[in-house]
Design a protein around this ligand. Structure first.
Ligand code: AMP
Length: 268
């Protein structure tokens, strides 16, 4: 990949992915394609961002289909390393994000963002993108990457891309494939809860506690859904808000059966 990179000229757009592609990933690819002379993706299911009891082994892998889809989007390269290439025997250096990684996903998934930041730093060093594309669906991940780029001085632009949804509002995710038909029918409750909060906010409600209770109440009414966390936080610091007087990030993590789903919206 490094040799290939030396042969490239002009702007390079990179879309980091773990594969099992859906329309969300493909939207990132289209942006990368249209905004750069060279456009590519990485495809790597990164073991260091999964906890010991998480779904690393079960994570959906369909490399043939993914490569066909990347090709259909007109990408110039796909960087697809294996685990031994990214983490050779003796690997012992990590990128440890700070306070931005502690709450929300970081509180539920210890070391998750350390794994994300480490692999993304390596992907940036190897592919040296001009621009890199990240989905707002993973709002905290986006902030962790933006902070890392600032702090470590990566010479690139992080481009946020709005969340792509199914017709019923469910945010597209590779993990949606785990849902049974009954669970799939229950899953739009995440988006419904976020929509209710947005409506209350637009009607003038600013009380963080009330808005969090609205999230809990809406999710609680769905028997198949189990709340991991609900949050109405400062969109920049991710600290919980008493009152939404600054741009707010409304986010939640919910288990449906054994599948953990996340979603968010911004209030401003
Ligand atoms: P993943 O393969 O899940 O690691 O995701 C790769 C990239 O696609 C990340 O930047 C995600 O935020 C982004 N992404 C995943 N789902 C969506 C979606 N529904 N809409 C927009 N971007 C997404």
């Amino acid at each position: 990949m490094q040799e290939e990179r030396h042969r490239m000229s002009g702007s390079v757009g990179l879309v980091p992915t773990m594969g099992a592609l859906h329309e969300g990933h493909l939207t990132l690819c289209r942006r990368a394609r249209s905004e750069n002379q060279v456009a590519g993706a990485s495809l790597f299911v990164n073991p260091t961002q999964f906890g010991p009891n998480e779904d690393f082994n079960a994570y959906p892998r369909n490399y043939k289909r993914d490569l066909d889809l990347f090709q259909q989007e007109g990408l110039d390269f796909v960087f697809m390393p294996n685990v031994e290439q990214m983490y050779p025997t003796g690997f012992d250096t990590y990128v440890q994000p700070g306070a931005i990684a502690e709450r929300l996903e970081g509180a539920s998934r210890p070391d998750h963002f350390k794994g994300v930041a480490t692999v993304v730093a390596k992907l940036f060093l190897v592919t040296q993108p001009t621009r890199t594309y990240f989905g707002e669906k993973d709002a905290q991940q986006l902030r962790v990457i933006q902070q890392m780029v600032r702090d470590l001085g990566f010479d690139l632009q992080v481009v946020p891309v709005p969340t792509v949804r199914e017709a019923d509002g469910l945010a597209m995710s590779s993990r949606n494939a785990y849902l049974s038909p009954e669970q799939r029918a229950a899953a739009p409750v995440l988006h419904r809860a976020l929509t209710r909060v947005r409506e209350a906010y637009l009607a003038g409600e600013r009380d963080g506690g009330y808005l969090r209770a609205l999230l809990r109440g809406t999710i609680g009414a769905e028997p198949l859904a189990d709340i991991d966390y609900v949050s109405v936080a400062d969109s920049r610091t991710l600290k919980e808000l008493e009152r939404v007087e600054v741009p707010g990030l409304v986010s939640l993590a919910v288990r449906i059966g054994r599948t953990r789903l996340i979603d968010n919206i911004t209030l401003e």
